[in-house]
Design a protein around this ligand. Structure first.
Ligand code: RAM
Length: 338
C-alpha cells in the first residue's frame, strides 16, 4: 500500500513538471493578472470583474490588482511581485506610456505574456493592446458634443485624469487636432485640468475651473471619475444649464446628472466587456493561438470573433467597438447595468 502511495506521488510530481507551462503556471492552473490604474474607481472595478469572468470561464485563475494611487511607480512594484509569482500573463492598464517598459520587458523575458488594456503602454512594452473604441473617433465625438452644447462658440475646458494617463492623453491629442479644424475656430479651449481620477481632486479642479473661467460654457471630462465629480459640482453650485458637461461617464454614476440636465449627454462603452475581451486576449496569447501581430484573429467567448489590427501608435490593438451615447432617453435602461 505504502509503495502505491509513493508511486502515485512520484507520478503526480512528474506530471506537474511536464505540464508546467510558460510563466510557471500549469495548463489547468494558469494565473492571469490584471493591474488597473488605481483602487476606488467603479469603472475599474467593472473592468476587472469582466476580466475575472473571462479568465474563469477559460478554466484559469484571475489575479486582480490596483495600486492606491494612479502612479507608474506603484504599478512597477505590483508588476515586480507578479513576475516573482511567475504568473502566466499580465494585462496592464497603464498609468504611463513609457515608464513601465523596463519592468514589462523583464516580465516578457521570463515568458510572461504582457499586453495592455484601456490605457496603453508603448508598443515595445506590449504584445498588443485592448482598446475600448477607436481613439480618434472618441476625440472627434467629444469635440462635436462640446460644439453642440456650446452652441457653436465660446470657452471650453477639459477635466482629465492624471497628466500621464496614456488613454486620456491620446484622446486629448485627437481633440486638439479636431479643434484645429476651421469649423471649430470659435471654440476656445482655455484649460486642461487634471483631477488624477481621484474624486476630491476632480471636485476641486472643477471648482477652480469655474472660478478662473466665469464664462466657461462646456466641460469635457474624458474620465468616469472626473465627469461624475464635475456633475456633482455643477449640481451643488446650481450651475445646471449655464455650464454644460459631457465626456465619458459610467451610467450608474451619471444617471442623476443626465436626469437633472447637468450633463445632457455623454459616451462610454461597456467596461465589463473591455475586461472580458482582455481575458480572452490573455488566454489566446498564452495558448500561442495569437502572438499579437496584426491580421491574427481569435475567439472571445460570448463576444464572438475578434481580429488584431494596426494601432495608430505603431503597435497593434484589438478594438471592442464604437462608443455608445447616453442621454435622458436611454440612461434609465443602463444605470443598473454598469
Ligand atoms: C476612468 C479611467 C479609465 C477610462 C475611463 C473612461 O475610469 O481613467 O481608464 O477608460 O475613465
Amino acid at each position: 500500500m505504502k509503495k502505491v502511495i509513493v508511486l502515485s506521488l512520484v507520478l503526480a510530481l512528474i506530471c506537474s513538471a511536464v505540464f508546467a507551462g510558460p510563466g510557471g503556471g500549469q495548463q489547468g492552473g494558469q494565473r492571469h493578472a490584471i493591474v488597473f490604474k488605481s483602487t476606488g474607481n467603479p469603472y475599474g472595478e467593472r473592468q476587472m470583474a469582466g476580466f475575472k469572468t473571462g479568465i474563469e470561464e477559460q478554466g484559469f485563475e484571475a489575479i486582480l490588482r490596483a495600486p492606491d494611487l494612479p502612479t507608474a511607480e506603484a504599478q512597477i512594484q505590483m508588476i515586480e511581485q507578479l513576475v516573482a509569482q511567475r504568473v502566466t500573463s499580465i494585462c496592464i492598464v497603464g498609468n504611463d506610456f513609457d515608464a513601465l517598459q523596463p519592468v514589462l520587458t523583464r516580465a516578457k523575458n521570463q515568458g510572461i505574456k504582457v499586453y495592455s488594456l484601456d490605457s496603453a503602454v508603448n508598443p515595445a512594452s506590449r504584445l498588443t493592446h485592448v482598446n475600448q473604441a477607436d481613439s480618434e473617433k472618441i476625440g472627434q465625438t467629444l469635440v462635436e458634443a462640446a460644439y453642440d452644447l456650446a452652441g457653436g462658440s465660446g470657452e471650453i475646458a477639459i477635466l482629465s485624469a492624471t497628466s500621464q494617463a496614456s488613454n486620456q492623453n491620446l484622446w486629448i491629442d485627437y481633440m486638439k487636432k479636431e479643434l484645429a479644424k476651421p469649423q471649430y475656430s470659435r471654440l476656445n479651449l482655455v484649460k486642461i485640468a487634471y483631477g488624477d481620477d481621484l474624486r476630491d481632486k476632480s471636485v476641486s479642479e472643477t471648482e477652480a475651473l469655474l472660478l478662473s473661467y466665469p464664462n466657461l460654457k462646456v466641460i469635457i471630462a474624458p474620465t468616469t471619475v472626473g465627469i461624475a465629480a464635475a456633475g456633482k459640482v455643477l449640481t451643488d453650485k446650481q450651475l445646471v444649464g449655464r455650464v454644460k458637461l459631457t465626456g465619458l461617464g459610467l451610467p450608474s454614476e451619471m444617471a442623476e446628472y443626465i436626469d437633472n440636465g447637468a450633463c445632457p449627454y455623454m459616451y462610454l462603452w461597456n467596461p465589463i466587456d473591455v475586461g472580458y475581451l482582455g481575458a480572452y486576449v490573455g488566454g489566446a496569447l498564452s495558448a500561442n493561438k495569437i502572438t499579437g501581430a496584426s491580421g491574427e484573429s481569435f475567439s472571445a467567448g460570448r463576444l464572438g470573433q475578434y481580429s488584431i489590427v494596426a494601432a495608430p501608435d505603431g503597435g497593434t490593438e484589438v478594438l471592442l467597438g464604437p462608443p455608445f451615447k447616453f442621454d435622458k432617453g436611454n440612461i434609465n435602461d443602463w444605470k443598473a447595468v454598469y
